[in-house]
Design a binder for this molecule. Structure first.
Ligand SMILES: Cc1cc2nc3c(=O)[nH]c(=O)nc-3n(C[C@H](O)[C@H](O)[C@H](O)COP(=O)(O)OP(=O)(O)OC[C@H]3O[C@@H](n4cnc5c(N)ncnc54)[C@H](O)[C@@H]3O)c2cc1C
Length: 498
């Protein structure tokens, strides 16, 4: 099986494995250390299941003090550490390394404080995204960012990936909805960034931590902002004869100054897969389907539905339905929310990509994707966060067919190159991880990358936290600036890189 080239295992660490395991048992007594190969198997991959690797040892701490002791211990002995939440990353961010401690945060699973007067909830990082909403929904509140994985993914993982979801068009991504974190640095120091207050002085270190993919520190507590549930929410299902028409409709809705609570698009293969799976009532005779949700006061929602219907009609919509109850609205969303597993039913394997493009480039990118689909001989189904221009092409392949995984990977890389070419970016919400690591030079210059690595060096000079992720080369911080990489062409091939 192909896979990303990862940093070479450190021989000294591998030799000391038994001693390290014993020391971890002292720091985390009880059942918090797992070292038997068959028991570590469940941790060998994350949501990017094509890649697997057993870790050195799995450690499940319960307290911030334990996390601090583990990191200090590892830092002093040059041992690598891979943080992990629920392991749903689609970019391989939590992929273990054979010489690294896998630091699993799932036992940090308590809500610590609900402070509705400040619209804040303080949670441990292993609490699931949906768990936060569950904690406050009786009072009419909710946590807005809603990744499709929200039933399983952890709020700590959300911070590390700056995760998004259907409602982020209107309410923002994780970075717009967290107020503070407690985190542990690789040397064991415990620091707090932000809090319940709305702003903090100095550099925006909270912003820096959000989306840092486990490379800068381990999050041990998160303070999020919760919102009052809107008075009304209604969803519309709008069908179009082409993806281009649907894309134009999206642009016209935003251009008219309307920001829906959510605006998602599915193409024909995704519509059919979802309808066969959950029977959401989707029209099957359209090429593209928009789900548009309007939320707010009843009168405003009713008014906006009329305006969206008019814009859709002007763009040639062939079908339009509006939900009349919460049950019907949930049914409209059910197909979209189940789109990934639905596609899993029509293909043995699929590879989910995550590029973001300027909305107006949608027709060009879709046409390019069709050409690439023919070139690689693989089908692709598309679901998008249309309002944000965030694409999720699902490339269908069969890992048991020799060469298909490699073709799917090459196809995916070409899609992301296309996104960058039209002015977009490599990732919208799934992170770089190992998946897009080697494509970073497509988007960033050598100077850009060096500057980002200098930030990493300020937090973790020995590259012990999640190495092999995000950055396409191994730097000693001291020699930064001496290695020149242009568009992936590396001048000193004898230096270790991955
Ligand atoms: C079916 C499915 C649907 C998905 N839909 C969406 C979606 O709609 N939107 C979206 O944004 N994502 C989506 N994802 C991706 C994934 O759920 C998110 O990236 C999520 O935030 C990962 O959380 P996790 O707890 O599983 O983190 P993990 O997968 O365990 O880790 C992810 C990264 O975060 C780091 N990390 C985890 N916890 C910590 C911590 N406490 N401190 C420091 N670093 C940490 C890890 O090192 C790793 O780099 C989906 C995944 C699946 C499988």
């Amino acid at each position: 099986m192909s896979g990303p080239v990862m940093p070479k295992a450190d021989a000294a660490t591998m030799k000391r494995r038994e001693e390290i395991v014993a020391d971890m048992r002292v720091i985390v007594p009880g059942e918090g250390v797992v070292d038997a190969a068959n028991e570590m198997r469940v941790f060998e991959s994350d949501g990017l299941t094509a890649y697997r690797q057993l870790p050195l040892v799995v450690v499940l701490p319960e307290t911030t003090r334990q996390v601090a002791r583990i990191l200090k211990y590892c830092n002093e002995r040059n041992i690598r550490v891979v943080p992990r939440g629920s392991g749903t990353s689609l970019s391989g961010g939590a992929l273990p390394l054979e010489d690294a401690v896998l630091l699993v945060m799932s036992r940090f699973n308590r809500i610590l404080d609900i402070d509705l007067a400040n619209r804040a909830v303080v949670a441990q990082p292993g609490v699931t995204n949906l768990g936060i909403t569950h904690a406050v929904e009786q009072e009419g509140f909710y946590y807005a960012p809603d990744p499709s994985s929200q039933i399983a993914c952890s709020i700590g993982g959300n911070v590390a990936e700056n995760s998004g979801g259907v409602h982020c068009l209107k309410y923002g991504l994780t970075t717009n909805n967290i107020l503070g974190v407690e985190m542990v640095l690789i040397n064991g120091d415990i620091v707090r960034l932000g809090g319940k207050h709305l702003d903090a002085e100095g550099y925006d270190l909270l912003g820096l931590m959000t989306g840092s993919e486990g490379l800068l520190g381990v999050v041990t507590e998160v303070t999020v902002r919760v919102l009052k549930k809107p008075e009304t929410a209604r969803a519309m299902l709008i069908g179009f004869p082409s993806s281009e028409a649907a894309g134009q409709c999206v642009a016209d809705i935003i251009g008219a100054g309307i920001i829906p609570g959510g605006m998602e698009m599915m193409d024909r293969p995704a519509i059919h897969a979802a309808e066969d799976f959950v029977h959401a009532g989707y029209p099957l005779d359209v090429e593209a389907l928009l789900i548009v949700e309007l939320d707010g006061p009843q009168a405003e929602v009713d008014h906006l539905i009329g305006r969206v219907e008019k814009i859709a009609g002007d763009n040639g919509a062939t079908t339009s339905r509006v939900s009349h109850s919460d049950e019907e609205r949930a049914a409209f969303w059910a197909g979209r929310k189940a789109a990934f597993p639905a596609v899993g039913r029509i293909s043995p394997d699929y590879y989910c990509m995550d590029g973001t493009i300027p909305r107006k480039e949608l027709p060009r990118v879709l046409a390019g994707m069709r050409e690439l689909s023919e070139k690689y001989g693989l089908r692709v189904a598309n679901v998008f966060h249309a309002g944000d221009g965030n694409l999720h092409p699902l490339i269908l392949y069969d890992a048991n067919e020799p060469g298909e995984l490699e073709r799917a990977e090459d196809f995916g890389a070409d899609i992301l190159r296309l996104c960058v070419k039209v002015g977009g970016v490599l990732t919208g919400e799934h992170g770089v991880g190992v998946e897009k690591r080697d494509l970073m030079p497509e988007m960033f210059t050598e100077d850009d990358l060096n500057q980002q690595i200098r930030v990493k060096c300020a937090f973790d000079p020995n590259h012990l936290l999640n190495p092999g992720k995000v950055f396409p080369q191994l730097h000693r911080c001291a020699e930064l600036g001496r290695m020149h990489i242009h568009r992936g062409r590396v001048p000193f091939p004898e230096l270790e890189r991955f």
